[in-house]
Design a protein around this ligand. Structure first.
Ligand SMILES: [Zn+2]
Length: 462
């Protein structure tokens, strides 16, 4: 059931985390700037997504944005990860140029495109490589104005994308989403848009979202649900919309709304946070923090609000590597020790469902959560349908005046069709007489559907 591509490792390397260096202020004022000078890690925000497919030594690489220092940082990464391809003709291994297969551009600000001409010249020196550059038409138009030296031949490497559409570049699926990213003054001509990219490969979802303030409200929120990795750009800690970017404070809400358990933040400068120092009542950070201080501040906030460590935010550093955790193999699931009487399952599109058996009292508790609502439901006498162990019933609690709602859950496995992942559906119906309390299908992967079936069989067979 698990397709071969899902067993290939997927790596994300953070090539750089900085905004335009001028936005960091001077080192006497900003501890963050002093840190940058000290560590000499000066690359603009960028990342590479690698997927090593079967036969070739060289993994497929998607590079996102190409500001200052990115090419050098990316090449260091390729070398350190042992991904360099070498000339086979020579007895000595001479590394050849390692260009990305795809370059995704978010928007044409200089901290995201500065080294584009350099990359193009490397690509034309190395004709064997095929580079594809994806960005919106608006972004391409501005790039051609900023870099008039780009040749007609190089322009052919661009493929313009329409936000909201889905692009398959095997083995990846790429969806650009339109966002607002104002620069300093929203009324000025510098106001602009930007895209974030949702990149999917096998069952993994990676969202690359830096340099934006807000997302078009018409965009289907399901697209953002439950990413394996979310990368967000946060210019400041406190809310400063005039930067055109999110703040760390806003990410606390966003990670819950999207159920993003693993979030990296980049593009922090913190310079605008000095403004809060003027307010003697302000209790948050009032300076540009070092990465370590920023991490500590975030950790202590999440300790209070992070749902017992469910959500994690990492202040990303240049050279950091994120590795996708392999999905559990199906065979292992059957050996898995399921003694606990609580099971938590995450839907593929929305919903986190938690099912619990309260042993002594013959009670079943269910919590269903989506980005907006949380249903806490309690039933009595849970039991499996004696003819079909895919169906679970439970009765309503007896209250003072009336009986609580009843429950029916049906678990369906669907067979995979044309290369799609096999899916399961948990059909939940909570009703009171003819009225519905909660009725919806939770789409899950088959492994989770099977886990739930084993859980109900084990706990509720009467
Ligand atoms: Zn930027």
């Amino acid at each position: 059931m698990v397709t071969s591509s899902s067993t290939q490792p997927i790596l994300v390397r953070i090539n750089g985390v900085l905004p335009e260096i001028s936005k960091l202020g001077n080192e006497n004022e900003s501890e963050r700037m002093a840190e940058v000078k000290r560590t000499e890690l000066t690359t603009n925000t960028s990342c590479s997504i690698f997927n090593k497919t079967g036969t070739t030594d060289k993994p497929f690489q998607i590079l996102v944005d190409i500001g200052e220092g990115v090419i050098n940082s990316m090449e260091n990464g390729i070398r350190d990860l042992g991904f360099g391809s070498y000339s086979k003709l020579s007895c000595v291994n001479i590394p050849t140029v390692n260009l990305p297969d795809i370059l995704l551009l978010t928007h044409p600000h200089i901290d995201h495109i500065k080294e584009l001409p350099l990359l193009l010249s490397k690509a034309s020196d190395n004709r064997s490589t095929k580079l594809k550059i994806m960005c919106t038409q608006r972004c391409l138009n501005q790039i051609m104005r900023i870099f008039p030296q780009i040749s007609a031949a190089d322009k052919m490497l661009f493929e313009t994308v329409t936000p909201g559409e889905n692009y398959i570049v095997s083995p990846f699926s790429i969806t650009p989403i339109l966002t607002m990213h104002y620069n300093n003054d929203r009324s000025s001509s510098s106001s602009s848009d930007s895209v974030i990219y949702i990149v999917r490969i096998s069952d993994k979802k990676i969202i690359i979202g830096w340099d934006f303030l807000s997302i078009d409200p018409n965009v289907d929120q399901k697209l953002f649900w439950n990413p394996d990795l979310l990368i967000l750009g946060t210019e400041t800690y406190n809310h400063h919309p005039e930067t055109g970017m999110l703040s760390v404070t806003e990410t606390y809400d966003l990670i819950r709304r999207w159920n993003a358990k693993n979030c990296y933040i980049v593009h922090y400068s913190g310079l605008k946070d000095f403004e809060e120092a003027k307010n003697q009542w302000f209790r948050g950070p009032t300076k540009a923090m070092t990465s370590e201080e920023l991490q500590k501040t975030i950790d202590s906030h999440l300790q209070i609000t992070g749902n017992n460590g469910k959500f994690k935010i990492t202040v990303a550093k240049e050279g950091m590597i994120w590795k996708a955790v392999e999905q559990q193999k199906e065979e292992e699931v059957y050996d898995e020790n399921m003694t606990g009487s609580v099971l938590e399952i995450e839907g593929l599109q929305k919903y986190v469902m938690r099912i619990e058996k309260v042993e002594e009292e013959n009670i079943l508790k269910i919590t269903i959560e989506d980005s907006i609502n949380r249903y806490n439901l309690k039933f009595i006498k849970p039991r499996i349908d004696h003819e079909n162990n895919n169906i679970l019933y439970a009765d309503g609690e007896k209250g003072m005046l009336a009986k609580g709602p009843e429950l029916k859950i049906k678990i369906d496995d669907l067979q995979p069709s044309n290369g799609e992942f096999s899916q399961g559906i948990i059909r939940i119906d909570v009703f009171k007489g003819k009225g519905k309390v909660f009725k919806d299908d939770i789409h899950v992967n088959t492994i989770d559907a099977q886990k739930l079936r084993r859980f109900v069989v084990k706990n509720f067979t009467v």
